[in-house]
Ligand binder design. Structure first.
Ligand code: MN
Length: 433
């Protein structure tokens, strides 16, 4: 019988002041969530999401891939409702990647955001999930290379997150469980520091999932630890095989109960050989409604002959244009000042955008890479979202400034000895956010 064995580890890293990641090990359900949002909101979002996912999943008698999706959507609603109820938490959200052994048996995987699930099969590491972030999409579209993506200033910008809208599209992947396969769920703090080859090497080297998880986190810290790092390592095992321990490890007194024939005990090495290829048909699909915006705007008059209906549609259309023109906000520039406008960039028909608020920031407070977007007008669904966008730009710039100044303070050329008692030297402290 197929079963899962897991080990996990999480760490705040070396730069962040709090750990906004949450992990779940609740056989047969495993998850990692990476929260975002000011103050404590990120932690609230990730832990709420994981708790709601587990409750939703536990409610169904026989879990299926669909019940995992439903549980993820319930989690989305839970975080959204919480944010709606507490204005100080507005805008909080989280990633969520989860793996569950469901009816079949199959392995169901759901993903929202840029946490990841990898599969290690016969020594080959493969990323199963697709990252929902701007840079990953640019790579997918062929606009930038994978190498450029790793250093791209907008690599933290997610295109999908749990809890930031009342509904969220959920990607689903279904895998056939193969005994001997290993899965890795992780927050972006791991791949940010370690290449896929490096991750693969650690996963192959350490047989115990808990040891592998610990080493992945420790290695990511050694390589920088710029973000919270969370990993769950899940092995697919066959419990009928009774996991025969190496002969030397079997206590003498247990021989009667384990009753392993001597001939089998003599070949313990075969027990850890890669298991026979059984992945004949690997099903794979993803749900995505990246086109939903286009669908929403596609107004097709179905019955052209009904004049009255036609007029109603025209009237509604005109109202829709007014609503469309005025319902949105965008962040743009007036000379060099960053300004929040109500309306659409460039205006719609006769309706020009109006200034909703002039922020205290200018183009010198944000990274140059964002200025084209500001010149074009960055659209946001609400004035609150526009504010968050500006705040994020400013924070990103400040973090970049801090990051630029940090290495110079720790180069070997400085004379600060670690044990120096002289308190006059200022050593760059990690930025607190
Ligand atoms: Mn993260």
């Amino acid at each position: 019988m197929i079963a899962l064995r897991a080990g996990s580890a999480t760490d705040v890293g070396l730069v962040r002041s709090n750990n906004q990641d949450t992990l779940l090990v609740a056989d047969p359900l495993y998850a990692v969530a990476d929260g975002m949002g000011g103050a404590a909101a990120g932690e609230v979002a990730s832990s709420l999401a994981v708790e709601a996912l587990k409750n939703g999943f536990d409610r169904v008698g026989t879990p299926t891939p669909d019940s995992l999706i439903t549980a993820a959507q319930t989690a989305n609603r839970t975080v959204w409702d919480e944010a709606e109820a507490h204005p100080e938490m507005r805008g909080m959200g989280t990633t969520l990647v989860a793996l569950a052994l469901v009816e079949g048996p199959q392995l169901a995987v759901i993903n929202i955001g840029d946490s990841r699930l990898y599969n290690l099969h016969a020594g080959d590491l493969r990323q199963v999930t697709c990252d929902h972030n701007l840079v990953a999409e640019m790579v997918a579209e062929g606009r930038i290379s994978k190498e450029e993506a790793e250093v791209h200033p907008r690599r933290n910008i997610m295109t999908r997150a749990l809890g930031v809208e009342p509904e969220v599209p959920v990607d689903l992947f279904v895998e056939e469980p193969v005994v001997g396969d290993r899965y890795l769920l992780c927050s972006d703090g791991l791949p940010r520091e370690l290449s896929d080859d490096h991750i693969s090497a650690i996963m192959r080297r350490l047989a115990d999932p808990a040891e592998a998880a610990r080493e992945l986190v420790d290695e990511a810290k050694r390589k920088g630890g710029n973000d919270n790092i969370t990993v769950v390592v899940v092995d697919v095992v066959d419990v009928d095989a009774a996991d025969p321990p190496p002969a030397a490890a079997v206590p003498a007194g247990d021989e009667a109960t384990t009753a392993i024939p001597a001939a089998e005990q003599a070949v313990p090495a075969q027990a850890v050989e890669p298991v026979v290829e059984r992945r004949s048909r690997r099903r794979f699909w993803r749900r995505s409604d990246r086109d939903r915006r286009a669908v929403r705007r596609a107004v097709t008059p179905r019955v052209v002959g009904f004049v009255l209906l036609f007029l109603v549609i025209v009237g509604a259309g005109a109202a829709g244009v007014v609503w469309y023109a005025r319902s949105a906000y965008f962040v743009g520039l007036r000379h060099s000042a960053i300004v929040i406008y109500q309306g659409r960039p460039g205006g719609v028909l006769w309706m020009k955008p109006t200034v909703a608020q002039v922020t205290s920031y200018s183009t010198s407070d944000v990274l140059a890479v964002h200025i084209p977007a500001l010149q074009a007008g960055q659209e946001e669904p609400s004035i609150g979202a526009a504010h968050s966008y500006v705040q994020n730009l400013v924070r990103e710039y400040q973090q970049a400034q801090a990051a630029n100044s940090a290495p110079t303070a720790t180069t070997p050329s400085t004379t600060v000895a670690p044990s120096s008692p002289a308190p006059t030297t200022t050593v760059a402290a990690p930025p607190t956010t």
